[in-house]
Design a protein around this ligand. Structure first.
Ligand code: NAP
Length: 294
């Protein structure tokens, strides 16, 4: 809130649910409000998400569909997500997940190393996050390929689209990173069929949404030894229930949905830009296409 007030000194900012006159509110800043929370605001001109993913907002049938919805494209979040992806890829590439297991057994056993150029990282999603991660992985010398809905050409990235493209990407990807939005087309995309197409010893990094992953399929792929390791930041149920098998699975490293948190120091300026665009009667940036669901 202090960051927002600093960049929007002329605006009156109220914090829900303490809002004296909902009809006077024209911009709603929201993360994951309870279903129906936006209903009393009859004169909205912009709904600005404070998260990059808007699947939770779109799941609310009462979300006013006629009001432009902008998602947050925050430079601090972009940097954080690429750092998370690099941390996971390097953990797998440098075999730290195996050294951690060896340490638990007090076992001194050097493993053969690979060069970054021996590896190919496949990115599902070449949007704001996927493109930033792709450039940083390529700078470290990894082969990089990526998959998007519409065909793309990106320097240093082998780009794929469509069902055939997905199969081609999976066959190349020693590390598979999910940076897709959750839509009806992408739900459950990380499943047995996809895992079977990955090379033996591949790792999965899911930093998209929990519902991209079919959980039992992952456990089977890890237990069979086909997948070497999985890095999971997002889950079908969050917080992850205490009795969930992922907690204790030796093939899983998990984090509590922190791959990229909204960073007020960088996000405030982006939000302010959109509020100012509304004030000037201009179209907001980073609008969600309701038809495609992201
Ligand atoms: P974005 O800019 O909207 O990019 C989405 C990418 O996915 C685009 O390349 C898009 O293709 C592709 N895509 C969408 N549907 C597809 C389909 N059916 N088939 C193939 N490709 C498809 O999104 P972003 O900003 O990069 O964010 C991606 C997601 O990351 C968010 O939606 C959110 O769920 C997740 N996220 C997670 C965290 C965390 O902390 N774990 C933080 C932030 C975001 P086109 O380029 O052709 O449109």
């Amino acid at each position: 809130m202090p960051a927002l007030r600093a960049v929007l000194p002329g605006e009156r900012i109220h914090v829900w649910p303490d809002i004296p006159d909902p009809a006077a509110i024209d911009v709603a800043l929201v993360a994951q409000p309870p279903a129906g929370a936006l209903r009393p605001f009859a004169n909205l001109r912009l709904i600005q998400s404070l998260w990059m993913g808007v699947d939770g907002l779109l799941a609310d049938a009462t979300l006013p569909r006629g009001v432009p919805l902008a998602r947050l494209v925050d430079p601090g979040m972009l940097a954080a997500m690429s750092e998370t992806v690099l941390a996971c890829v390097l953990d797998w590439h440098r075999k730290h997940y195996r050294y951690r297991a060896q340490q638990r057994e007090r076992r001194w056993r050097p493993l053969r190393q690979a060069l970054a150029s021996d590896r190919t990282v496949g990115l599902l999603g070449l949007g704001e996050l996927g493109r930033d991660a792709a450039a940083k992985l390529a700078a470290l010398g990894f082969g990089v390929c990526g998959w998007s809905r519409r065909p793309k050409a990106l320097a240093g990235v082998e780009c794929f689209a469509g069902e055939d493209g997905l199969r081609a990407l999976l066959a190349r990807s020693g590390a598979l990173v999910c940076l897709l939005p959750l839509t009806e087309q992408t739900r459950g995309i990380l499943n047995t069929e996809a895992f079977a197409r990955l090379p033996e010893g591949a790792c999965l990094i899911n930093v998209g949404r929990g519902a991209h992953l079919v959980e039992r399929d992952l456990i089977a792929a890890l237990d069979s030894g086909h997948l070497a390791h999985a890095y999971l930041d997002v889950f079908a149920t969050e917080p992850l229930p205490a009795d969930h098998p992922f907690w204790a699975h030796p093939g899983i490293t998990l984090t509590p949905h922190v791959a990229a948190l909204t960073e007020p120091r960088t996000a405030a300026a982006v939000v302010a830009e959109n509020v100012q665009r509304v004030r000037r009667g201009q179209t907001a940036r980073d609008l969600v296409d309701l038809a495609s669901g992201y």
